[in-house]
Design a protein around this ligand. Sequence first.
Ligand code: CO
Length: 165
Amino acid sequence: MLSRIDHVGIACRSLEAAIERYEDVFGLTVVSRETNTGQGVREAMLVVSGAPAASYVQLLEPLSPDSPVGRFLERRGEGMHHIGYAVESVTEALATIGERGVRLIDSRPRHGSMGASIAFLHPGDLGGVLTELVQPVPNALNAVFAQRLPGLYKFGGAFRLPFRQ
Ligand code: CO
């Protein structure tokens, strides 16, 4: 069901300081920056390995103290927040995992980073690990393009995003 580790999500107080750390220490490159008001975060994706088995570090800065990542920072400080596994279909994986008795934070896929379709699983049923399922768009460059030029991308006719808008 899980094909690889897509990303590790890391909570930080300052996105800029965290990006600088990963650039300076590991030489990583930012490939995407987004503000996701639904999840209450400002974030950056830094690529660790490229396509086809792409993997990333996802740095997360809360938009407010009462957002999920804001509360995480207050309780536990900066550090690892969640792990994201790639799956072929989030919808199918949710159905299977739900049947196995794990509580689903998202019962249906929602919009994640770089155009991906994502869903979170409850850490209480997974040994304290907040776990995310990720169904990436087939081509990461398309995803970056989609994020920067959403209108063009959407109506260009070449490719449609697989998640619900
Ligand atoms: Co994530």
